[in-house]
Design a protein around this ligand. Sequence first.
Ligand SMILES: [Zn+2]
Length: 264
Amino acid sequence: MLILFGSYFFILGAIFGSFLSCLAWRLYREESAWPPSRCDACGRKLQWFENVPIIGFLLLKGRCASCHKKISWQYVAAEIFGGLLFSLAFFWFFKDPAYFYNILPSGKEWWQFALELFSLSVLFFVLIYDGRYYLVSVPITIGACLILFLLQLFLGVNWLLLIITAFIGGGFFLLQYLITKGKGIGVGDIYLGILLGFIFPDYLLLTLAIVISYFIGAISGLFLIAINKKKLSGVLPLGLFLSLGGMLTIFFGSQILSWYLGLL
Ligand SMILES: [Zn+2]
């Protein structure tokens, strides 16, 4: 039963990954979000089975059926990553099978899980968009903040706490923005800070997410400098690191914190 649900969430995640990477592409090119998909190169409309995540890519052997242009690996990577993300989230959330069977009929835990999936999806979108275009989509981020706010309220989180953590998250990046006069940090990153505040209405988890993000950023920066890909002044997409830091905190945040607090 658990495995069945796990595979179900893999498929759901792959569909979401496909949708999010398509959304990123169309948002960037300012196209509408809902016409049928076309080949980027020749404009041929995709048939229904070619839209099936992962399988469509395999059936086409990675090339468009009419113009034979290569389909970007990023699409299928997003689908696989989405599938893994959702099924991992499922197994992680329901680690204890007894817990799963206890809440199966109903319960707020499903809403808690939905909140987790939604947070992961938003972070995943940030990762794709910032990783690909070095941009943060402000309207999408604000929309996600609103939905997160409502979901958190519904799950009984104090509204004042939510406002405060959003304020801390946004303020942290606003401060850097003002100090570096917008050179080190973009306006979009301020919105991402607010987003993290709504995902983590908890001072310690929020701090941890930001610390992990900077840690990943610093390591990737040093690595890229070491292999001579970036100069010291080169821009790195901060949103990508914030997204990874947020995801890791969703999965391991509580464990890392209890380990760290145990050391003190
Ligand atoms: Zn084509």
